[in-house]
Ligand binder design. Structure first.
Ligand SMILES: CC(C)(COP(=O)(O)OP(=O)(O)OC[C@H]1O[C@@H](n2cnc3c(N)ncnc32)[C@H](O)[C@@H]1OP(=O)(O)O)[C@@H](O)C(=O)NCCC(=O)NCCS
Length: 191
């Protein structure tokens, strides 16, 4: 695969499903989605904003993310409800690094649509893609204090790999421990 090409996957998008009575479309993110993703980020509450890994409320930051998609370093699935982007799941992977066998998952769902199972659906989709890419492990990085997020990943079969003390700084300048969790993408998960 060329490092300058988007990741080619067999799984086909877009597709639409009904999730707890809502029609939800899952599709791949492209450059046209820049403003919709910025608008999703700007709708987040202060807690979510404090822990954003990158400040995706800034269009330039989302542009860089899209550059990564176009270079084949990231694949992002968006969830769309009533024509608006309600969340995303990304799989980051760099075949030029010594971690070329590892992909990192990041998921985010708008506060309005939490608890519908969207993050779990996105994670399962990303697992299928990780398997197609023959990755050996998928990881996620979460602030240690976010116990509900940690529990969600544990229920999806992730186990802690490492806890890094004071590794991340939230926007208020406080430092927090970071947990790295991982699992192989080799089995199907039922959610
Ligand atoms: C973590 C997050 C993606 C969950 O999204 P979601 O679509 O509500 O998740 P799901 O509905 O698929 O799963 C809900 C599970 O997540 C847990 N959860 C974590 N945070 C939650 C929240 N704020 N609201 C509801 N459920 C939450 C629940 O315990 C629930 O577990 P269960 O259904 O197994 O009992 C969402 O809270 C979010 O975007 N948080 C900010 C970004 C983040 O922390 N991302 C994870 C690090 S990559």
């Amino acid at each position: 695969m060329s490092p300058q090409s988007p990741i080619l996957i067999k799984r086909s998008f877009p597709w639409t499903d009904t999730v707890q009575g809502q029609s939800v479309t899952f599709r791949l993110m492209t450059r046209e989605d820049q403003l919709a993703v910025v608008s999703l980020a700007r709708s987040l509450d202060d807690v979510d904003l404090a822990f954003l890994r990158q400040d995706i409320t800034q269009p330039a930051v989302v542009d860089e993310w899209i550059d990564q998609i176009e270079r084949g370093r990231t694949i992002t699935i968006l969830v769309e409800i009533q024509g608006r982007v309600a969340g995303y799941g990304s799989l980051f992977h760099d075949e030029m690094l010594w971690t070329s066998h590892i992909g990192e998952i990041r998921v985010l769902v708008s506060g309005k649509y939490r608890g519908l199972g969207l993050a779990k659906r996105l994670t399962v989709e990303l697992f299928h893609i990780a398997r197609e890419m023959r990755l050996e492990r998928v990881i996620c990085q979460i602030p240690a204090a976010q116990t509900r997020v940690r529990q969600m990943f544990e229920r999806l079969g992730f186990s802690p790999e490492a806890i890094l003390s004071d590794w991340i700084m939230s926007r208020d300048g406080e430092t927090h421990d970071l947990i790295i969790m991982s699992r192989p993408p080799d089995e199907l998960i039922i959610v």
